[in-house]
Design a binder for this molecule. Structure first.
Ligand code: ADE
Length: 235
């Protein structure tokens, strides 16, 4: 899988993909992540990536030209219908559909090349959306100062679902949101800390009982904080 990030703040990403599962997946060539500076695709003297909005109003809008140039270079074409199979060009913005574990799974299964465009300022020239973008995605109902943090979220959530990204000792099977449930609680040593005991059942080695306890706790927690997941209703 190839993931390319387009941003006006490449420095933002300097270390963030160098830890844990993402780092390991990169080292094992499971994922190849490249961060591109949108400014390097400008052609004007002042290397402008943004400009004032037509029609007036506050803030600046990201120009379409450098983003078209970048996609042309990275994907090979700006014609969405001619993108190589498995190519997704994603615009991160609060106007997009909300990113969920099912979306991460779909990307991990179907996509070969993901280009993440980090919006900034008041927005991105809509022609980017109209022509280049296959998916406009938001990571939640709040406004960030830019799509960079969202690009990190998508990269992490998708990478860990790629085949062999999680070591054999872990798996995504029991992750929260799999089967519409939150994960159960976890404990490790010591068995007693400041008077707080680990639930006895986890110490008795009866795996069938432990599995039952975990399923019960997962359901309890989901009922308590995310009833919407059980009802299959969007919150
Ligand atoms: N850019 C600004 N807010 C965002 C959000 N909630 N999700 C994705 N990109 C964003």
């Amino acid at each position: 899988m190839k993931i390319d990030v387009l941003t006006i703040f490449p420095e933002f990403f300097r270390e963030v993909f160098n830890f844990g599962i993402v780092r390991r997946a990169r080292s094992a060539n499971i994922v190849e992540i490249t961060v591109y500076d949108i400014r390097s695709f400008t052609t004007d003297k002042h290397r402008m990536t943004d400009d004032r909005p037509f029609g007036g109003g506050d803030g600046m809008v990201m120009k379409c030209e450098p983003i078209f140039n970048a996609v042309e270079k990275i994907v090979g074409t700006t014609e969405r219908e001619n993108y190589p199979q498995g190519t997704r060009v994603v615009l991160l913005s609060p106007q997009g559909r909300v990113f969920k574990q099912v979306v991460a799974r779909k990307f991990a299964e179907d996509a070969k090349h993901i280009v993440l465009i980090c919006g900034r300022y008041e927005g991105v020239d809509e022609r980017v959306n109209e022509v280049l973008v296959t998916d406009e995605i938001s990571i939640g109902d709040y406004v960030l100062s830019g799509g960079e943090a969202a690009a990190i979220v998508l990269t992490d959530a998708i990478t860990r679902l790629l085949p062999n990204a999680l070591g054999s000792e872990t798996s995504a099977e029991n992750d929260s949101f799999t089967n519409n449930l939150l994960d159960c609680p976890h404990y490790t040593r010591p068995p007693e800390f400041r008077g707080m005991r680990v639930p006895e059942i986890l110490l008795n080695g009866n795996h069938a009982e432990i599995e039952r306890w975990r399923a019960e706790k997962a359901l309890e927690k989901t009922k308590k904080v995310r009833k919407d997941l059980l009802e299959g209703v969007e919150k």
